[in-house]
Design a protein around this ligand. Structure first.
Ligand code: 5AD
Ligand code: SF4
Ligand code: FES
Length: 362
């Protein structure tokens, strides 16, 4: 191991250059040392319990047209669907019976009143059906302040909104002109103001993204004081403008996975007590990708609760796993994966990040 990497890994506080050096590691021994260090920090600050968040992919209708995403508006090859209230509540009953701490309701973006009131009603129904026991996280994109408030007042307490990249110039290259980086930032600030526990994140290995950009993303997370982070490798989707953006994808994807794992590790070391998700995109590259994510410092897993018949309709990127599985299969499978690496599932607990709990004490 190079002495400077050894020195950085022994530090308590990391600077930008330190983060860049860690993210740029290519030597396998140095990488193992990085993951070991991140795992130590994870054990000390959040423990070895993994929390499940049941993921409900409510709808693949989306008014936006992000260049990377498989369910973007202009992708005519996707059959569009929206779950009914009963279908959502079935998934919620499953999550409650399986003693999950919370569910995440995710979908493409819509701002129309029909959608806004549907979500408002759903949030209230989730609370009823679970006797107020399930936490509710929403991941429904950019909305107006009044919409965010309505959903919060209905009972949602967490919101996930990825910044995708904290580099405003890079953000522009990934989105059409009417998608505004400043609006995204403002939406994150609004969510805080309202009182949501806020999660954000980025895609790792985007075309044109530098290691410095990733280091700046980590600084951004710190500055925004986020409680939850969801990040994954960028994976080209064949029906999008970025389809060919990583030409030798087959040779590159292993590197892409390792880059994402180093990012998880660096975030864990730098932010210490936040919740970090080991995302499905990791598993799209390697069948044990999510276990690797946990070993690199992540502590949250989002088992997919969407009914098998709708799963193929929600492919944001290629090679998404578990297209033929259902909620029971994914839950059992993930529990097995978690115990296989010596960790346990925190059943029946909300699993708020110590960061959020500590912040509330002040
Ligand atoms: N590769 C990886 N992640 C993607 N997302 C969308 N498209 C892709 C892709 N091609 C992520 C975005 C979005 C989240 C719901 O899915 O970060 O915020
Ligand atoms: Fe819509 Fe989200 Fe996909 Fe963008 S990333 S096209 S907002 S679902
Ligand atoms: Fe879905 Fe393994 S995570 S079957």
């Amino acid at each position: 191991m190079r002495p400077d990497i050894e020195r950085i890994l022994a530090k308590d506080e990391l600077g930008r250059d330190d983060l860049v050096a860690l993210l740029d590691i290519s030597d396998p021994d140095e990488e193992s040392a990085l993951f070991r260090r991140a795992y130590e920090v994870k054990r000390k600050h959040v423990g070895m319990k993994v929390y499940f968040r049941g993921l409900i992919e409510l709808s693949n209708l989306c008014v936006k047209n992000c260049f990377y995403c498989g369910i973007r508006r202009d992708n005519r090859a996707v059959k569009r669907y929206t779950l009914t209230e009963e279908e959502v509540l079935d998934a919620v009953r499953f999550a409650h019976a399986a003693r999950y701490g919370s569910v995440v309701i995710q979908s493409g973006e819509r701002q129309d009143e029909e959608f806004v009131s549907f979500i408002e009603r759903l949030v209230k129904r989730v609370k009823e059906v679970s006797h107020n026991e399930l936490g509710i996280t929403l991941s429904l994109g950019e909305q107006s302040e009044s919409t965010y408030r309505r959903w919060f007042d209905a009972g949602a307490h967490r919101y996930l909104l990825r910044i995708e990249t904290s580099n405003a110039t890079l953000y522009k290259t990934l989105h059409p002109v009417d998608h505004d980086y400043e609006a995204r930032l403002e939406a994150l600030r609004t969510l805080y103001r309202i009182g949501y526990q806020v999660g954000t994140g980025v895609m790792i290995g985007l075309p044109g993204q530098t290691t410095e950009d990733l280091a700046d993303d980590i600084a951004f997370f710190k500055k925004m004081d986020v409680a939850m982070i969801g990040m994954g490798p960028f994976i080209p989707h064949h029906e999008t403008p970025l389809a060919g953006s990583i030409p030798d994808w087959k040779e590159q994807k292993e590197l892409q996975l390792r880059r994402a794992l180093r990012m998880i590790a660096a975030v864990r070391i730098h932010l210490k007590d936040v919740n970090i998700a080991s995302t499905t995109a990791l598993q799209a590259i390697d069948h044990v990708g999510r276990e690797m994510g946990l070993l690199a410092g992540a502590n949250i897993i989002m088992p997919n609760l969407t009914d098998t018949e709708y799963r193929t309709g929600y492919q944001l990127y290629d090679d998404k796993p578990c297209m033929d599985e259902n909620a029971t299969m994914c839950t059992a499978c993930l529990e097995r994966r978690i115990t296989s690496i010596g960790e346990t599932v925190g059943y029946g607990e909300w699993g708020d990040s110590p960061h959020f709990i500590n912040a509330k004490k002040h």
